[in-house]
Design a protein around this ligand. Structure first.
Ligand code: G6Q
Length: 549
């Protein structure tokens, strides 16, 4: 199916016609008219509740959106992904990150082979490693236990491990501190190394390809730093690798016994479930990592089996399509009211924008509708004191996903009730807004009257009708986090199917991997070739004059 058929599809056209009326409807009226709106427009799965009642939709909207999903054969595409078909056609690869979190008995297939055995063999290897590091029986070069783990990786080999370690920090081993180095900017590695004792530090070099310049440069610099005080023979106690590139790992000098493999059917931004999650497993323990995988698996089962009407990833995706393609809303703000999810918006940014930031269809034709939105956000309540002003009274329509846990993992009295009160108050305020009459009544109660009152009114009016989802969990456990990430993975998948883009390639990232090569040669070489535009030539000349080491 090509994208051109999307705008021509019956459900898409019906949605356009429906938008002409529904686009004018006011959420506060919809709530007033249907006291059971929450019950009608909320669903539960894998320990999560999705309240989507504060969206600009009614039952007709939902029926049409799900009709569109059926017309685009979402269920067939979903089944093809889980069956190991090579749906990433530009790289001729299957997309089987779901196999990484399936039980051994699932017997997930690729090219007629059961891959579950390989997956569980690596999990067993990870378990052995975790137990040795956590128990203190994995010893550094002078016989002391490891105290610091440094994950060296970038993109998908960094954002997931760092976000999940941060999210589950209350579960972390008390002796072990996790560090993450990604940027080729030496300030990143230097700042981390400056705090470490090489004799009690373990580096995890995490790179699917083991060729990524940033990771390789950081890994070589870390190796040199270690060798300032240690010997080559001691490297095996301090460096392990996670990669699909066996040969490159050996060449780097890492003991093959200390290499944790994964496979080309795991995309970088979908790799947290693979051995790329090793730093997570070490931090929270292998049992916690297993719970994390299982939470995601519960969401996989739900996605595969729930009717579309209750299918949480499908609903989240189709609501997103509604705003993107019919309201022309170009971004989605993520607002976790949980400080431990402070890196979650950044993680979703890669997941969503690298997957669906595409402008050609799977057939290579230009898309005829807008595709993936800009994803951004920060934790509540912090965002309220920064950019929420624009969300409330700016000119953009930006749907928001509120995410919160009912229970806290700290014992400070009072905080959690204030946090949740803010979360719920914001979504209510975005939905209701505040009319001029309501503002007047407030101002009169404060003793204002006449021109002074009227001059203030337009500034204090909130248009409202600003949509949001609320995702609630009981508490931020490994299982709940696993389910939450899988929810968004499948949301992105469904939207990719609707827009008919390949959500699993990333040619824009590949471009970045080669772009700097030429200029780097010019920067560190003798010549100053004037082969670029005048701006680039001048910038290169200035950097050469700075005599880079
Ligand atoms: C993710 C991307 C990208 C990738 C990094 C790191 O889907 O492909 O972010 O993860 O470029 O790649 P390596 O793991 O190969 O070093």
């Amino acid at each position: 199916m090509t994208d051109n058929l999307l705008t021509a599809s019956p459900a898409f056209r019906l949605l356009q016609a429906h938008h002409a009326t529904m686009g004018q409807a006011r959420l506060r009226d919809l709530f007033a008219a249907a006291p059971d709106r929450f019950a009608q427009f909320s669903t539960r799965a894998a320990g999560l509740l999705l309240d989507f009642s504060k969206n600009r939709l009614d039952q007709t909207t939902l029926d049409l959106l799900l009709a569109l999903a059926r017309e685009r054969h979402v269920e067939t595409h979903r089944n093809a992904m889980f069956a190991g078909e090579k749906i990433n056609r530009t790289e001729q690869r299957a997309v089987l990150h779901t196999a990484l979190r399936a039980p051994r008995s699932a017997h997930m297939q690729l090219d007629g082979q059961d891959i579950s055995a390989d997956v569980h063999a690596v999990l067993a290897q990870m378990q052995g490693f975790c137990e040795r590091v956590r128990s203190g029986s994995w010893l550094g070069r002078d016989g002391r236990a490891i105290t610091d783990i440094v994950n060296i990786g970038i993109g998908g080999s960094y954002l997931g491990p760092k976000m999940v370690c941060q999210a589950l920090r209350t579960h972390a081993h008390p002796r072990l501190t996790s560090h993450f180095v990604s940027n080729v900017d030496g300030h990143d590695l230097a700042a981390v190394l400056g705090r470490l004792d090489p004799a009690t530090t373990l580096f995890i070099v995490a790179s699917k390809t083991f060729t990524t310049i940033e990771t390789m440069m950081n890994a070589h610099s870390a190796r040199s730093w270690f060798l300032q005080t240690g010997s080559e023979a001691e490297l095996a106690k301090h460096f392990v690798a996670v990669s699909t590139n066996d040969a490159a790992v050996r060449e780097f000098g890492i003991d093959p016994d200390n290499m944790f493999p994964f496979w080309d059917w795991v995309g970088g931004r979908y790799s947290i479930w693979s051995a790329i999650g090793l730093s997570v497993a070490v931090a929270i323990g292998f049992d916690g990592f297993t719970e994390f995988l299982d939470g995601a698996h519960q969401m996989d089962v739900h996605f595969q089996t729930a009717p579309l009407e209750q299918n949480m990833p499908v609903l989240l995706a189709m609501i997103g399509v509604w705003y993107r393609n019919f309201f022309d809303s170009s971004s989605v703000s993520i607002a976790p009211y949980h400080q431990d999810l402070s890196l979650f918006a950044g993680y979703l940014q890669q997941l969503d924008m690298e997957s669906n930031g595409k402008s050609v269809t799977t057939a290579g034709e230009a898309v005829s509708v807008e595709t993936g939105p800009v994803i951004w956000g920060d934790t509540g309540t912090n965002g309220q004191h920064a950019y929420f002003q624009l969300l409330h009274q700016g000119t953009h329509l930006i749907p928001i996903d509120f995410i919160a846990a009912l229970q806290a993992d700290h014992s400070l009295p009072g905080h959690h009730a204030v946090l949740l009160a803010n979360c719920f108050a914001q979504s209510e305020a975005f939905m209701r807004g505040k009319t001029a009459d309501e503002v007047r009544a407030d101002l009169q109660a404060q003793g204002l009257a006449g021109d002074a009152l009227e001059a203030l009114v337009p500034h204090k009016v909130f248009a409202g009708n600003r949509p949001s989802n609320t995702i609630l969990m009981e508490r931020l456990t490994p299982a709940a986090l696993g389910a939450l990430i899988a929810l968004y993975e499948h949301k992105v998948f469904v939207q990719g199917v609707i827009w008919d883009v390949n959500s699993f390639d990333q040619w824009g990232v590949e471009l970045g991997k080669v772009l700097a090569t030429h200029i780097h040669r010019e920067l560190v070489g003798d010549s100053t070739p004037a082969t670029h535009d005048s701006s680039t030539n001048a910038l290169i000349a200035l950097a050469k004059a700075a005599r880079l080491p």
